[in-house]
Design a protein around this ligand. Structure first.
Ligand SMILES: [Ca+2]
Length: 400
């Protein structure tokens, strides 16, 4: 119980030093004291638990889990109440600095005052989502079965057929594969059905302000300033700028900084409307790919290959590139297994990479720069393979 005594003193409970003399309590507003007091039993039960509390292996796991879950709920409530109460004054001071920076950065005073208004405050739900991102360790096979589901393939085929003229027009204009455009659209927002309902300024302000997000405050601050510029330029919907809790915008889920580089006004109404205009959404995706070194035309992304016995695993990854010819001659990796023929559109001098998303548990692919363009959109090998597979499945479905 020695440990529990030290804890009680540190928190200034009735068993410790006099409450009025405790530096911790004297420096806190009254409401914080009340919050701490209300949750002291929870804190103490966690820190001062008797040995018997740790000898519960014999209990049914469900009982133990229920108890842990109850503790977590109480602690989460403590955190939420405390953070939303304590941070307001600091947040308002931070907001004043941000306003000055935004105006120096060229955002109009009207937009700054309207968007960074006095009632803006950190969004607890955004904090929660950021802190509780699940660490899911899926295999690529499992990832593909979820992201490239049969339902998404069916939706993709239907969307392609319904918007065929528009999609083919944009694909021709940018000289990119039309099925790849639809695939990105499907994976990013389920063909415009899921674009996120969070207020972008509020979400980014929450993430830029808080210290909890592991040193990413500066990143989100830059994204927030970019978002203000988008609003200032009149691109955001009149109903307000909405997106994911992490700030990704519209049907192609561009971060605000990407919007400035890639968002396109294809329908010519003066706005790059990636929220509601299909021409703008699909053209913005095409523009992204072309600007990120996508091969023009319909050259796919890569090929499943059989690696020779003794293949050096150090050559796996997008940092080790060789020409298609070198992969065959130096490393025994051939697209067709023999090295005699190449697919149309790919030459022996084109650079390529070997990737193995599931390491030794799955297939190896020889991929070219279209694949690395996919990785620019989202730096996940699983993601890039999913884009490729969905595009291929939609193409097969449309053709059948
Ligand atoms: Ca437009």
């Amino acid at each position: 119980m020695r440990g529990s005594l030290i804890v009680c003193r540190a928190l200034g409970t009735s068993q410790g030093p006099d409450r009025a003399q405790s530096p911790l309590f004297t420096n806190l507003p009254r409401r914080r004291c009340d919050i701490l007091k209300a949750f002291l039993p929870v804190l103490l039960s966690l820190v001062c638990a008797p040995p018997s509390a740790f000898a519960r292996a014999a209990l049914p796991a469900s009982c133990v889990q229920r108890e842990i879950h109850a503790h977590r709920k109480e602690m989460k409530a403590f955190y939420h109440v405390a953070s939303s109460d304590v941070d307001v004054e600091r947040f308002q001071n931070w907001l004043l600095e941000l306003k000055a920076e935004a105006i120096r950065d060229g955002v109009s005073e009207g937009t700054v005052e309207r968007e960074l208004h006095v009632n803006l405050k950190p969004n607890v739900r955004v904090q929660e989502l950021d802190q509780n991102q699940p660490e899911v360790k899926w295999s690529c096979k499992k990832y593909l079965s979820t992201v490239v589901s049969q339902q998404r393939i069916r939706n993709g085929i239907a969307e392609f057929k319904e918007n065929s003229a528009l999609i083919r027009d944009i694909a021709k204009h940018y000289d990119v594969d039309p099925f790849v455009l639809v695939s990105f659209w499907g994976i990013e927002s389920n063909f415009g059905r899921l674009t996120g309902s969070h207020d972008t300024v509020e979400a980014l302000a929450t993430l830029a302000f808080d210290d909890f997000n592991r040193g990413r405050s500066d990143y989100f601050r830059r994204e927030l300033l970019a978002a203000l510029k988008i609003i200032d330029a009149g691109h955001a919907p009149k109903s307000g700028m909405k997106g994911s809790w992490a700030g990704a915008l519209g049907q192609c889920q561009f971060m605000p900084s990407s919007f400035g580089h890639y968002a396109t006004d294809y329908d010519g109404d003066g706005r790059a409307d990636i929220w509601e205009s299909k021409p703008d959404v699909l053209a913005s995706i095409a523009n992204y790919l072309v600007k990120e070194s996508y091969y023009t035309g319909e050259n796919g992304w890569g090929y499943e290959v059989k690696l020779p016995t003794g293949f050096d695993r150090a050559n796996v990854g997008t940092y080790r590139s060789f020409t298609v010819a070198e992969w065959g001659e130096l490393h025994g990796v051939y697209i067709d297994g023999k090295g005699k023929e190449l697919p149309p559109g790919l030459s022996k001098d084109d650079r390529a990479f070997v990737v193995m998303p599931d390491n030794d548990a799955g297939p190896a692919y020889l991929v070219h720069r279209n694949f690395t363009a996919y990785l620019r959109y989202n730096p996940s090998t699983f993601y890039a393979v999913a884009v490729a597979h969905l595009a291929s499945s939609i193409k097969d479905g449309v053709a059948s």
